[in-house]
Design a protein around this ligand. Structure first.
Ligand SMILES: N[C@@H](CCOP(=O)(O)O)C(=O)O
Length: 495
C-alpha cells in the first residue's frame, strides 16, 4: 500500500515512510492511496480471535511493508495484561438492548489514546529500521490533555526517539496535568503554553513546516515526527476497535452479520470518528456516525451547514480534551469525500489558515449529511447526563463520554432511528474527578489525588492502578512559555 498527501496526490511513499514522517512536508495529511475492503468472511474470521490478532489482521491490510508476525508481536506488546486491566482490551458494555458502550480507557493512561499510542512507537521504531534512518526522531505533540500523556508513556526511553509535549496552561484537568508533569523517561519533555489547544497545535504545525528549523535540527542529527492523529500510525490502530466492537456484538448475539450499527463518538480533533469512517468505508456495516461535540460546536455547525468557521469564542469546558476549534483530521475526510481532490483541499486549508473559515461544495455537504449526524452538548447537559447515568444505571462515566451519551439521545429523539448504537467511552471518570463529582452534587477537592480518593469513597468504582500510583510522584517539569517561544523550547530540548 502506498501513501500520498491530501494536498499532493502525485506524492508516493511506503507506509513505514508515512509513519516516520507523521505529516507531509506540504502540510497535508498522509493517507493510503486506496481503502482496503473487508467482507463478511473477513469479519467472521475475526470473531473468535482476541484483540491482538484482530489488530494485526486489520492493520496488515494497510501496512503492507510490515509482516503479519511483526504486527502481531507489536499488538501483543501493546495490549498485554501488563498494560491493560482487562484481557478484552477494548471491552463492550451493554447498557440496554439498543445501546452499547465501547470502553477504550483500560490502558496505562486511562484514555483511548493508549489504543494507538502503545502501538505507534513500535511502528515508528520498525520504520526507522525499514527506511535505514540514522537520525533521531523528535516527536512533537500538541495535547489537550490525553494524547500528551499517552504519547510520552508510549515513547518513554524508546531508542532513537525524543518526545516534547505542549499543553494549554489552563486547559487540562488536574489529573491530566499531574500525569504529564511527573512523566518518567530520559527522552521526554513537557511544556505548558499560554493559550489554548489550537495555539499549541498551530505552533507545532508551524515548526513542522519551517524548513530552517528542519535543516538546523538535521544538522544536529534529528528529524521531526508526530504522535498526534495527523500521523497515519495513530489513526490505523483506532480503526481496529470499531471492527472489534462489531465482532464482539456478533459474538454475544446482539447483532447478526450484516446488521448495521451506529457509532457515536465524542470528538475534538476528528481523529477518532475518522477512524470509524474508515472502518465503514472498508465495508463494516455501519449506519450513522454521530459526531458529538461539547460547547465548542464548530463541527456541529459544519455538519449541518457545510461552513467550517473557527472564528468563534473558544470555550474551556469540563471535557477539555475536546476543547478544539481546528479539527485537523477533517482534512482526510474532505479529501475522501471530494474524490481525492488535492487542489480543492489546498483551497479549503488555505482559506482556513487565512480567513479562519471555508465552505464545502453542495456535493460534499450532501455526502457529509448522508454519513454523519452532528450535535453538541453544553455543560448543563454534560453534568445532567453524568448524574442520570450514575443514579439510574449505576454507570459512572466521564465528561467526554457524557457528551457522547447526551448527543446520542438527541439524535434518537430527532430521527427516531432505532439502530443499535455504540457510544464510545474515551476516558476513565477518574481523570476528570472535579467535574464528575460536581455533577454528582459533591464539592470537589482541589488536589488531584484527593479527588481520586473522594470519588472512590463516594462510588466504590475501582481506581485505575496507574492513576493510584501517581500519589507521591515528584513534579519533573514546570516550564511554561508564550506560543511564540515554542521553537526555542524545541531547540533547548535537543541541545
Ligand atoms: N484530544 C486530544 C487532542 C489532540 O488530539 P489527537 O487525537 O490529534 O492527538 C488530546 O487529548 O490531547
Amino acid at each position: 500500500m502506498k501513501y500520498y498527501s491530501t494536498r499532493d496526490t502525485a506524492l508516493r511513499m511506503e507506509s513505514a515512510e508515512a509513519v516516520k514522517m507523521g505529516l507531509s512536508r506540504d502540510g497535508g495529511l498522509l493517507t493510503p492511496v486506496a481503502i482496503p475492503q473487508i467482507d463478511e468472511a473477513f469479519i467472521t474470521g475475526l470473531v473468535q480471535e482476541n484483540y491482538q490478532v484482530r489488530a494485526a489482521k486489520v492493520m496488515g491490510l494497510y501496512l503492507t511493508d510490515y509482516s503479519y508476525d511483526e504486527l502481531l508481536g507489536f499488538a501483543n506488546n501493546a495490549y498485554g495484561t501488563d498494560k491493560y486491566d482487562t484481557t478484552a482490551v477494548a471491552p463492550m458494555r451493554k447498557v440496554d438492548d439498543n445501546t452499547h458502550c465501547l470502553e477504550l480507557w483500560h490502558g496505562p493512561t486511562s484514555a483511548f489514546k493508549d489504543m494507538a499510542l502503545q502501538m505507534l512507537p513500535q511502528l515508528l521504531s520498525a520504520a526507522l529500521k525499514k527506511t535505514g534512518e540514522t537520525k533521531t526522531a523528535c516527536i512533537l505533540v500538541a495535547t489537550s490533555g490525553d494524547t500528551g500523556k499517552a504519547a510520552m508513556e508510549g515513547f518513554a526511553n524508546v531508542p532513537q526517539t525524543k518526545i516534547m509535549v505542549f499543553y494549554p496552561q489552563d486547559g487540562v484537568s488536574a489529573v491530566q496535568e499531574k500525569q504529564m508533569v511527573t512523566q518518567e523517561g530520559d527522552n521526554v519533555g513537557v511544556c505548558a503554553v499560554v493559550g489554548n489547544f489550537d495555539d499549541a497545535q498551530s505552533g507545532v504545525k508551524r515548526i513542522f513546516s519551517d524548513e530552517t528549523i528542519r535543516e538546523e535540527l538535521a544538522g544536529k542529527g534529528y528529524f521531526l515526527s508526530s504522535a498526534n492523529s495527523i500521523n497515519w500510525g495513530r489513526i490505523l490502530p483506532q480503526v481496529v476497535y470499531y471492527i472489534s466492537a462489531y465482532c464482539d456484538l456478533l459474538k454475544t448475539g446482539d447483532i447478526a452479520m450484516g446488521d448495521k450499527v451506529n457509532f457515536c463518538v465524542p470528538t475534538g480533533n476528528f481523529g477518532d470518528i475518522l477512524a470509524a469512517y474508515y472502518a465503514k468505508r472498508m465495508g463494516l456495516p455501519v449506519g450513522k456516525l454521530i459526531c458529538a461535540s461539547n460547547k465548542n460546536d464548530v463541527l456541529t455547525e459544519f455538519l449541518n451547514t457545510g461552513v467550517y468557521n473557527r472564528n468563534r469564542p473558544f470555550h474551556t469546558t469540563s471535557s477539555p480534551s475536546m476543547d478544539i476549534l481546528i479539527s485537523s483530521n477533517l482534512e482526510r475526510l474532505l479529501f475522501d469525500l471530494s474524490g481525492e481532490d488535492d487542489a480543492l483541499i489546498r483551497t479549503y486549508m488555505t482559506a482556513l489558515a487565512t480567513e479562519g473559515k471555508y465552505t464545502v461544495s453542495d456535493g460534499i455537504l450532501a455526502s457529509l449529511k448522508d454519513q454523519y449526524w452532528g450535535g453538541y452538548c453544553d455543560e448543563d447537559g454534560t453534568f445532567t447526563t453524568i448524574a442520570d447515568y450514575y443514579k439510574n444505571r449505576g454507570y459512572l462515566i466521564d465528561t467526554h463520554t457524557a457528551v457522547a451519551v447526551n448527543v446520542m439521545e438527541q439524535y434518537r429523539k430527532a430521527t427516531n432511528d432505532e439502530t443499535i448504537t455504540v457510544f464510545v467511552s474515551t476516558a476513565s471518570p477518574y481523570k476528570f474527578g472535579d467535574n464528575v463529582l460536581s455533577a454528582l452534587g459533591e464539592t470537589p477537592e482541589t488536589d488531584s489525588m484527593a479527588l481520586i480518593d473522594q470519588m472512590y469513597a463516594l462510588t466504590g468504582v475501582a481506581v485505575p492502578a496507574r492513576l493510584a500510583a501517581l500519589r507521591g510522584k515528584e513534579r519533573r517539569f514546570d516550564l511554561s512559555v508564550e506560543k511564540a517561544e515554542m521553537d526555542n523550547v524545541v531547540h533547548n530540548f535537543l541541545q
